[in-house]
Each structure stands twice: as C-alpha cells, then as structure tokens.
Design a protein around this ligand. Structure first.
Ligand code: NI
Length: 152
C-alpha cells in the first residue's frame, strides 16, 4: 500500500468523466489499496479515484471510526429517496464546508475488486457520502451543488 497525492480543485482531472473499470486484476487491487491508505491517512470519509489522478469509476469510504471500509467499482445509484441537507467537505477542496441537498436513502449497485456484484444500502451520512463520491466520477464537485447563503 502506498499513499498517493490528492489532487486539488482546479486540476482538470477532477472535471473529467471517469471511465468504467474493465479489468479486475492485481493492478486494480493495488489501486484500491492505495486509495484506502490515502483516505485513512487524510482522515477523510470518502475518496474517489480521480482525486488521486486516476479517472476510473472507483470510490472508497470509511465509516464508524474506521471499522467499516467500503470499496465500490463502477457504482450506480439505483434508488434514491427522501431529502437531507447537511454540510459537506472534500479532501480536494481545502477548508470549505457547505450545505448540500442529497437523497436521504440510496441503494447503489457496484462491484468489489474481484468483479463480484455488491449492493450498498445507505441512509443519512453514508448516503450523502456515496452520492458525493459518485459525483466525483462524473466530474462534479460538491461546491457545484451547495446551497449558498443568499446575499441581501
Ligand atoms: Ni470529495
């Protein structure tokens, strides 16, 4: 495992539409291990592959103080219900927290690193996190969607 550099807002890789993973090989496993290492070291909740400069459809996330680690390859939101507005931040956007409206409940279909299909069901914070990370795979940064205080 190796920590990778986290690309910051302004870098064009964060605005690319990432490509689906087609090879579930050792190289993919290495990449996911590096993403997890990078995420944990940075003390974040989620990290998408383009954030380390790799425009592939992969994200990792960690919840429950690090006891839960999620990895998702080629994730797709198949169900989204309810609404929740909560502040978000991003390892690629330093010192910024802004409120974003997300679905309260989501179901995500994805694959693990071996190519086995997985189903991720999430509510509240993890649901927002999955949506935030999947947005990264489409070149969307949370500040694009944030609810900015209205100026008088
Ligand atoms: Ni982010």
């Amino acid at each position: 495992m190796a920590r990778r550099n986290i690309y910051q807002v302004g870098d064009p890789v964060l605005r690319q539409v990432s490509k689906p993973v087609t090879e579930f090989d050792d190289k993919l496993s290495q990449l996911i291990d590096d993403m997890i290492d990078t995420l944990i070291y940075a003390d974040g909740a989620g990290l998408a592959a383009p954030q380390i400069g790799v425009p592939k459809r992969i994200f990792v996330a960690t919840f429950d103080g690090g006891s839960t680690i999620i990895e998702a390859v080629n994730p797709v939101i198949v169900s989204a219900k309810g609404k929740r507005v909560a502040p978000e931040g991003c390892l690629s956007v330093p010192n910024t927290h802004e409120k974003v409206e997300r679905p309260r409940h989501v179901v995500v279909h994805a694959f693990d690193r071996h190519g086995n299909p997985i189903v991720l069901k999430a509510d509240n914070f993890p649901a927002s996190c999955y949506c935030h990370e999947i947005d990264h795979l489409d070149g969307i940064i949370f500040t694009d969607k944030s609810i900015k205080p209205k100026k008088k």
